[in-house]
Design a protein around this ligand. Structure first.
Ligand SMILES: NC(=O)C1=CN([C@@H]2O[C@H](COP(=O)(O)OP(=O)(O)OC[C@H]3O[C@@H](n4cnc5c(N)ncnc54)[C@H](O)[C@@H]3O)[C@@H](O)[C@H]2O)C=CC1
Ligand SMILES: O=C(O)C(=O)C[C@H](O)C(=O)CO
Length: 260
């Protein structure tokens, strides 16, 4: 057996939230490249179907469920449907999230705070409870990967309203605490902490608040934003047997941003 065999995901089924574009799409395709079938949860059906077609083009099965992951009733129904129709699920990637607004804390409506917590944190809890709970019940282990952020560790510059930093820090600590609980059951729980990647939200920031992107860029030792496909190999590592002794980790991938 070569070391590369330990990165294979043949016979495994991945559920990923928000796989229609950006980092989620790249992680889904990377896992399909090494053998996983993929269930995609998301809002944008047209682009979700495009990712599903790209998974099938790799010889793997793909299923889509249209849902708003930020709405807890819909999120729960989607997870239950995935388990009923496409289970068992061996790998869960909680990817949906984002900052959405740049609102100073003293002006932020309570509803905005709550919505962002639901989108980034509560959806991670709920999918983990349901999909991870089914892994526990099956007793064959599993892999949970939570997409946190460097903003789990440091504050965004030229940005106000710390709902996002708070939610992503909680995603990291949820990862660490749960990893301890589920380690005896062979379920690993790890987090990826991406730095800046030029996906759609950052393209929008670039137009609306170019100073945010410019300041951020100057702070990256490698001098550039990451490419979304840079996330794929890391997701495969955490999803596969290659990472079997790693749990509770928060892996930073940021071109060195958090070094300065
Ligand atoms: N792009 C970046 O620089 C960084 C991103 N992250 C995190 O990575 C994750 C992915 O980010 P990106 O790919 O950049 O974002 P994106 O906005 O390009 O992609 C998000 C995906 O989730 C889907 N989605 C968004 N809200 C949804 C909802 N309520 N219900 C269902 N689907 C929904 C979108 O349709 C899309 O497929 C997020 O959790 C984000 O916070 C963390 C650090 C840096
Ligand atoms: O979580 C995020 O999103 C980031 O850390 C990305 C930075 O805020 C960024 O890319 C600013 O342009």
């Amino acid at each position: 057996m070569s070391v590369l065999d330990r990165f294979r995901l043949d016979g495994k089924r991945l559920l990923i939230t928000g796989g229609s574009r950006g980092l989620g799409r790249e992680m889904a395709l990377a896992c399909a490249d090494v053998g996983a079938d993929v269930i995609l949860l998301g809002r944008d059906v047209e682009s979700l179907n495009k990712t599903a077609d790209d998974v099938r083009a790799r010889g793997r099965q793909a299923f889509t469920i249209e849902t708003d992951v930020g709405d807890m009733t819909q999120c729960q129904a989607a997870c239950e449907r995935a388990l009923a129709e496409f289970g068992p699920i061996h790998i869960l990637i909680n990817n949906v999230g984002g900052r959405r607004q740049n609102i100073p804390t003293h002006e932020m409506p309570l509803e905005t705070w709550r919505q962002l917590m639901d989108l980034n944190l509560t959806s991670t809890f709920l999918c983990t409870k349901l999909i991870g709970g089914a892994m526990l019940a099956r007793g064959e282990g599993g892999r949970i990967i939570n997409i946190a952020s460097i903003n789990s560790l440091v504050a965004g510059r030229k940005i106000e309203g710390r709902h996002y930093e708070t939610a992503k820090a909680a995603v990291l600590q949820f990862t660490r605490a749960l990893a301890a609980d589920w380690a005896p059951h062979g379920i690993t729980v790890n987090a990826i902490l991406p730095g800046g990647f030029m996906t759609e939200p950052n393209q929008r920031w670039k137009k609306l608040h170019p100073e945010v992107v410019e300041t951020f860029l100057q702070q990256i030792p490698m001098g550039k934003y990451g490419e979304p496909e840079d996330l794929g190999p890391l997701a495969v590592y955490l999803a596969s047997d290659a990472s079997r002794y790693m749990t509770g980790a928060g892996l930073v991938i940021d071109g060195g941003y958090t070094l300065w």
